[in-house]
Ligand binder design. Structure first.
Ligand SMILES: Nc1ncnc2c1ncn2[C@@H]1O[C@H](COP(=O)(O)OP(=O)(O)OP(=O)(O)O)[C@@H](O)[C@H]1O
Length: 119
C-alpha cells in the first residue's frame, strides 16, 4: 500500500516535470482543455465523451513517452548521430499520427454539431 502511494507520488512528479519542462506536452493539454470546454458547450453524448477521452489520453500519453525517448536519446547520443535522428523523428511521427487521429475524431464529433447549429 505504502509502495503504491510512493509510486503515485513519483508519477505525479513526472506529470509536474512534463508540465513545467515540456512545451509540446503543455500545448497538447491546452488543446485537450479547449476540446473538453467545447464538448460541454455542445453537450456531447456519453459515447462522444468516451471517444474524446480515448483520443485525448492517447495523444497526451504518447507525448509523455516521446519526451522520455528524446531524453534517453540525448543521453545515449550526445553528438549528432544518424540513428539518434531516426529515433527522434520516428518518435515524433508517433505523436503526429496520434494527433491526426485525435483531430479526425474531433472533426467527426464536432463538425456535424456545429453545422446543425448554423442551419
Ligand atoms: N543527437 C542528434 N543527432 C541527430 N539528429 C538529432 C539529434 N538530436 C536531435 N536531432 C534532430 O533534431 C530534431 C529535434 O530534436 P529535439 O531534441 O530538439 O526534439 P524536439 O522535437 O524539438 O522536441 P523538444 O522541443 O521537446 O525537445 C529531431 O527530430 C532530430 O531530427
Amino acid at each position: 500500500m505504502k509502495r503504491n502511494r510512493i509510486g503515485l507520488n513519483y508519477a505525479l512528479n513526472g506529470l509536474k516535470i512534463a508540465l513545467t519542462q515540456e512545451y509540446n506536452f503543455r500545448i497538447h493539454l491546452i488543446v485537450l482543455v479547449i476540446t473538453v470546454f467545447a464538448g460541454l458547450v455542445v453537450d456531447l453524448s456519453r459515447i462522444e465523451w468516451l471517444w474524446i477521452i480515448i483520443a485525448g489520453g492517447f495523444v497526451v500519453t504518447l507525448e509523455l513517452i516521446n519526451s522520455v525517448i528524446e531524453m534517453i536519446t540525448d543521453v545515449l547520443f550526445p553528438d549528432y548521430d544518424s540513428i539518434a535522428k531516426r529515433i527522434k523523428d520516428i518518435s515524433a511521427a508517433a505523436v503526429l499520427t496520434s494527433s491526426i487521429t485525435a483531430m479526425l475524431i474531433g472533426i467527426i464529433i464536432f463538425v456535424p454539431k456545429i453545422w446543425t447549429s448554423l442551419i
